[in-house]
Write a new protein. Structure first.
Length: 881
């Protein structure tokens, strides 16, 4: 295995699509040290807080160690024979479309390749989709409509060569922090202008020259206005437009559109259009705020239209740029791991492409039409059309829209297999067969990041128990179903070579994805493969696309699309007057199966929340730290209210990360309707109509514990801390016996209980002491509990006296909630340094406390503390009662 001993191994971060290189060094005790790879072109040594904490997530705790059938541990032969038999029988009895795979952008390209080959070439169905459908399917569709191929034209270098960067629906500062830092560094060096287009004020706005706070869903109208301005201002590139069809139709549609729906003033719109028009080198970065929409594909094309019309594409510092959410969303697109793709950017519906792939694979059966996309795949599982479903490295019971219905569908499906690293997910709990998969640091293969750079991910730790690589599990299943020759892979290098050779066929059809220059790579060279951007073939190596005006439609030209602004699918109503936006927070990743293992990553925002505008909070009688109940036609959720003008009146924002394992009442996709973009099939996750009200429990609680807790409350949210765990609690029935509640919560029968109660006020404070150490503490009150949470979180396992006061003694520091997760620096520490150390700038604070000197994503918060503005932190619950 590469990297054993003291040597550092080059690998890749498994979180966002930035694709940062990491250097991994096993510590000899099962753990890892992690640092940024200074030689990787994506990050040049930088890492964000999540990447930096990767070493803390490599823990044995919670790992699935053996295959499980109906809840019982078993061996691989028994489990995979059953999987093979069930899939074979389903196909024989009910036809190929009775089976399906649901995959993940977490999978490596080699894993993805084998899954796609097994489903499309051998099981004979295109029912293979991925959580990338929820992430960037609209970009894929927009690219294909405009360019004739799913091609990202530019490279990360463009971010440093641009004079204007426009972020559309992208909180880059939190979701792709390393790219954001690259932009800020370029801005420092060359004065790059930064414009943010977002209905929400995010951390990305803090250093922007302009924030266009448009109404949710109105992006098309804004870019249509820009197209008209380019036309009227003489900024169209007539020479370039000779290679582009559809200008007149796109312009007609743009002229007919109404920019007032954006809610922006004429001056704001004109300011943006003028800046864009007079800046030759402009990069428009777009992400989930564009993609996750019932008109996501049109939004993508509205952006591409402007770049095509102005000829600002494929040139240094110029072009539209989709940043992908997941580490290998691009790899999944390359292998064709979506229900409407074939392989290597070839088309399922193209007879020549299909025949070529079928011959290459020696495949017995090939579907000739698209399979079921994510939403339809789970509907088919629920209504009995799907008889066997295999879910790999993803948690659709939490992340799919109408999540409760998806859970029910998985449960209802005749046979469900889940491959994962843990059994402790909402989805894994529903599986008939659970297969233990190798985790990030145990896997060998490749990933492709947002700028088409292919990097190696390298195994540095042995998989625990019986865990195996995904490609190996899938190939074994393929052999057991009966296709030994086609799935006889022994190494990921063999799969990579086959994939690269197949891409040569794509190249021969004149398509963009061609890495056939790597088709003969030796095992050794594969091990040593350096990051490289595709294409890689005899005539091209990496670089930008489209500066030459050559596109992939049959006529070689690009297409501008006539698009009009469409409001989000569901309109607000008296019953559902709010529009719910959802997204990521800075320090967590997806459903937190890994990031929640790192205590410092939970220090920033330890509890799910709903941002609500002060005006709406007043109207609902909601005070800081109250709980909000949100309801939609599909479900309910309870979250902590954060009252902030970052959201517009009538809008709410909630994070996506919490699950049945961490905060069951806050699973937000229970509320989200499964309304999809008609072209891309991507669900709308940014504009769910909901009702909101203050949720009034009989009691609120805050607990800390050395050991995991068993909360039985109506509302709870648990997070890991360095000393153990912390939890927010609330219950509808009054808490008559706080001591009994504490005994149930902590399961510490031997512990001595210290208690302080005020029955008149309904307040109780309990500490459980064992061997002279605080093992746990519980604070309850009829109002949100006001204690020093970060101080208390550090107490379990210590002999601290006075725990029942709920706050530190005057001579003890209280760091406050974590601001800088990289160096664990709290808000109170920074405020103290500002107050008493005379620190005047973010740089001063960095020099004194290190805060903000690594990934930099907390710098906006530090600036807010300097300006005495409220920071984007947990709700205010640390005040006095
Ligand atoms: S920006 Fe952060 S999460 Fe994304 S790849 Fe880099 S280190 Fe990982």
């Amino acid at each position: 295995m590469a990297g054993a001993g003291c040597k550092e191994t080059h690998s890749t971060c498994p979180y966002c699509g930035t694709g940062c290189g990491v250097l991994l060094r096993p510590d000899g005790m099962g753990g890892l040290t992690v640092r940024g790879d200074p030689d990787h072109p994506a990050n040049r040594g930088r890492l964000c807080s999540k990447g930096l904490a990767l070493g803390e997530t490599v823990v044995p705790e919670g790992r699935l160690l053996a295959p499980r059938v109906n809840g019982q541990d078993t061996d691989w032969d028994s489990a995979l024979d059953l999987v093979a038999a069930k899939f074979r029988q389903a196909v024989e009895k009910h036809g190929p479309d009775s089976v399906g795979f649901y995959l993940s952008g977490q999978m490596l390209t080699e894993d993805y390749y084998v899954a796609n080959k097994l489903m499309k070439g051998f099981l004979g169905s295109a029912n293979i989709d991925t959580n990338s459908r929820l992430c960037m399917a609209s970009t894929v569709a927009g690219h294909k409509r405009a360019f004739g191929s799913d091609t990202v034209p530019g490279t990360y270098d463009d971010l440093e060569e641009a004079d204007l960067i426009v972020l559309v629906g992208s909180n880059l500062a939190w979701c792709h922090p390393v790219l954001h830092q690259r932009i800020l560094a370029a801005r420092e060096a060359r004065g790059t202008k930064l414009v943010v287009i977002d209905p929400r004020r995010t951390a990305s706005c803090d250093q922007a020259d302009m924030h266009l706070n448009l109404r949710a869903g109105s992006d098309v109208a804004l870019f249509n206005r820009l197209l008209v301005a380019l036309h009227e201002g003489g900024a169209l590139d007539a020479g370039y437009l000779r290679n582009v069809n559809g200008l007149d139709e796109a312009l007609d549609a743009a002229i007919a559109d109404d920019a007032s729906v954006t809610g922006l003033s004429e001056a704001e719109i004109a300011g943006f259009c003028n800046l864009w028009m007079r800046t030759e080198k402009v990069v428009t970065i777009f992400s989930q705020g564009v993609n996750q929409s019932t008109s996501g594909t049109d939004k993508v094309n509205a952006i591409l239209n402007c770049h095509l019309a102005a000829g600002r594409i494929g040139k240094p510092g110029s072009g539209p740029f989709s940043v992908t959410g997941q580490p290998n969303a691009m790899g999944g697109r390359e292998v064709g791991g979506l229900a409407n793709m074939l392989a290597c950017h070839m088309d399922l519906e193209n007879e020549n492409h299909r025949a070529a792939v079928q011959e290459f694979w020696g495949a017995p059966a090939m579907p000739d039409r698209a399979g079921l996309k994510a939403v339809d795949l789970f509907r088919a599982a629920g209504d009995g059309r799907l008889k066997a479903l295999w879910i790999i490295h993803t948690n659709p019971a939490v992340t799919m829209p109408e999540a409760d219905a998806v859970s029910a569908a998985i449960k209802a499906c005749d046979f469900t297999v889940v491959s994962d690293i843990t059994a402790a997910t909402d989805t894994a709990r529903l599986a008939d067969v659970l297969l233990p998969a190798a985790a990030w640091a145990e896997k060998d293969g490749t990933v492709t990041n947002s700028d088409r750079t292919i990097s190696r991910q390298r195994a540095v730790l042995p998989p625990p128990g019986q865990a195996r690589a995904d490609w190996d599990i899938l190939a074994d299943a393929g052999r057991r179903i009966g296709w030994g020759a086609a799935f006889g892979y022994q190494t990921p290098a063999e799969i990579f070579r086959e994939h690269a050779a197949l891409s040569g066929l794509a190249g021969s059809f004149g398509l963009d994805f061609d890495i056939s220059g790597l088709a003969a790579i030796s095992g050794e060279d594969y091990d040593d493969l350096l990051p490289q951007r595709w294409p890689v073939n005899r005539s091209r190596q990496g670089g930008r696309f489209f500066a030459d005006g050559q596109f992939f439609h049959p006529d070689g030209k690009a297409r501008m699309l006539p698009v009009r602004c469409c409001p989000p699918a569901a309109a607000q109503s008296r019953r559902y007057p709010f529009r719910l936006n959802s997204g990521r927070i800075r320090d967590q990743w997806h459903t937190m199966t890994r990031t929640a293992l790192a205590p410092r990553l939970s220090g920033h925002l330890a509890e799910p929340f709903a941002d609500i505008h002060p005006q709406d909070a007043r109207a609902l009688g909601v005070k800081p730290a109250d709980l909000l109940r949100l309801s939609s036609p599909h479900g309910q959720a309870i979250l902590r209210a954060r009252i902030t003008a970052d959201v517009q009146p009538g809008d709410l924002f909630v994070p996506i990360h919490w699950t049945g394992e961490t905060a069951p009442a806050a699973r937000i996709d229970r509320l989200v309707a499964a309304a999809v973009d008609p072209v891309s099939g991507q669900p709308e996750s940014k504009a769910t109509v909901v009702a909101a009200e203050r949720w009034q429990p009989a009691w609120y609680g805050f607990a800390v514990s050395r050991l995991p807790m068993t909360p039985l409350a109506d509302y709870w949210a648990m997070a890991r801390t360095k000393a153990g765990y912390r939890a927010e609690l609330a219950g509808l029935a009054s808490l008559a016996e706080p001591e009994a509640a504490a005994r149930d919560l902590f399961a510490l029968p031997e512990a001595e209980v210290q208690m302080m109660t005020d029955r008149c006020k309904g307040i109780a404070r309990l500490a459980l002491i064992q061997d002279g150490k605080v093992m746990a503490a519980l604070f309850t009150a009829p109002e949100p509990v006001a204690v020093s949470r970060d101080y208390l979180a550090g107490l379990p396992g210590t002999g601290a006296a006075g725990v029942l006061t709920g706050r530190p003694a005057a001579d003890q520091p209280d760091p406050g909630p974590v601001v800088c997760a990289c160096f664990s620096v709290g808000a109170n520490t920074i405020l103290h340094a500002i107050e008493y150390g005379g620190l005047m700038s973010v740089a001063d604070i960095g020099a004194a406390l290190q805060a903000g000197t690594n990934c930099g994503s907390c710098r906006p918060d530090i600036a807010d503390l300097l300006a005495r503005r409220p920071i984007r932190q947990a709700a205010e619950q640390d005040g006095s009662e």
